[in-house]
Design a protein around this ligand. Sequence first.
Ligand code: DON
Length: 591
Amino acid sequence: MRLSLLSSPALLLVSLLRCFVYVKGTPLKTRGNTLRKPTHGAVASESAVCSGIGGDILRAGGNAADAIVATVLCVGTVDAHHSGIGGGGFALVRSPKGKYKMIDFRETAPRASNETMFVTQTNSTASTIGGLSVGVPGELRGLESIHKMYGRLPWKRLFQPAIKLAKEGFVIQGQLAGAIASNAAFILNDTEFSSVYAPNGTLLKQGSVAHRPAYAKTLTAVANHGADEFYCKDRWIARASVKAARHSYLQPGIITLEDWEGYKVEIREPASIHYKGLKLTSTVAPSSGTVVLGALNILSGYDLSYTTDPTTGLVVDSNLTAHKLVESFKFAYGQRTVLGDPKFVKNVTKLELEFMEPQMGAKIRAVMPSNSTGPPSLYDPTGFEIKQTPGTSQIVAADESGLVISLTTTVNLYFGSHIMVHETGVILNDEMDDFSSPDSSNAFGYVATPANYIQPGKRPLSSISPVIAEDEHGRFVFANGAAGGSRIITANIQTLRHYLDHNYTAQQAVNAPRVHDQIFPQVTTVEYTSVSQNVTGYNNATVASLASLGHNISWVAPGVSVAAVIGHRDGVFDPAADPRVPNSGHVVIQC
Ligand code: DON
């Protein structure tokens, strides 16, 4: 079925009725046969409910852009600990004609901000909690751009499912329940947060139903009047938001109505490399897509060897390949230390291009130690470190026209700045903490990188780094993305390699255990087995081999990064959400 070719509404209806939705969790009687039929579209996210809403939008004649807007709005409603319209992020879009665009809706620093604004603060949590930590949010301008450039259904229609959930209630799922529990004291003490998450003075738990009437009102206003309703300085949402940030009891902020109204998305040209016969495209600074491509550029020149995992029977990296993978991470994180917002750091685009050149890959392979791991200075000559944080959401959608969108959005740490605006129910981000401050470690003990120092209007460097792969005929093959702070980068490298190099299904690629190393701290983390999360841990023999080469191994529980991907083989969409988050889910629309 090709929706784009349908002209009559009756024909459209008949065709749509032939579609049905496969939702993760539904038993597949004939997986081989059923899923080999061409599929109309797919959505994956860390919320099964929200992916289902994206699927409904596809079934109702919407395309991947419509589906992603509705899914993102839903996720920001039911999982507000990590995302929402008070945050921002990046989307990588592949148009039906195979043209790529990056939509940068990252937050910006207020005009009154400056390089040392956190260094001079006596309040050590000023960059993460309260008004100073808030960047001007970009999510709604980002969704507006996606919808204007690619959408098909009316804007208002895409808000209805999220409004309904916010108004009528939604069931609290495991990750949010954990975030509520770990922020118990704060939530119980804060009037706005307790009104949603502890309405009767007791914290809501997994399975409880929460309501967000103020957020429903805000979404309704934006659905009816557009994103300007959120951003225009003479409207109630902007006024209430700026007032809440400036007068926060946690820490007064500096954001102004002019900052708020002045927010603009940046439409950027993404970056591409060739990797084992495929074209890989990702986002550029101030995101970290070129860090992912930089690592893959190094690996692309190796004739990588593989073996079979004795536990799972799946193809996995040989010991030597695993070592090269970890080494490529470290060189790529070293490259990342010079990145920042290209509008403010003039040579960033040039450096990114250099990192992706085949000669750069060859140069790094020439110095990569094959039977040991090197000292940090080998990978990171500047001596800077990378940060990590929790609180992000990954959503990916694709349709049969060839439109594919991978979007990652975040309020940064759990519940962002801890400011929930009374009138709007919006949780404001604390993305200012993604900037560096001179001579000062941040809350996680990381050292600063000058390219990422705060400047008015600048965007903080992000680890967000979605990738879309297509084959030599220009056919869509794979799209990924992840949450997980600094681990986003290594999660994206690995889900991609599992799908492309190891020939896994999308679900196998997402479930596979992840290894991570970002130079500092000097530790290589490997995930161990978690039966409840459906993750079989990293192969013991490979880990022993890494340890013997000097990698400082630390086993960790699965869940430090969370991915959502869509594969596409033989005309069939193969989406997968991450079992590391309970109640994540994907849908495939079949016709
Ligand atoms: O943009 C960034 O890199 C961070 N604000 C992302 C934080 C994050 O992914 C937390 N994830 N669980």
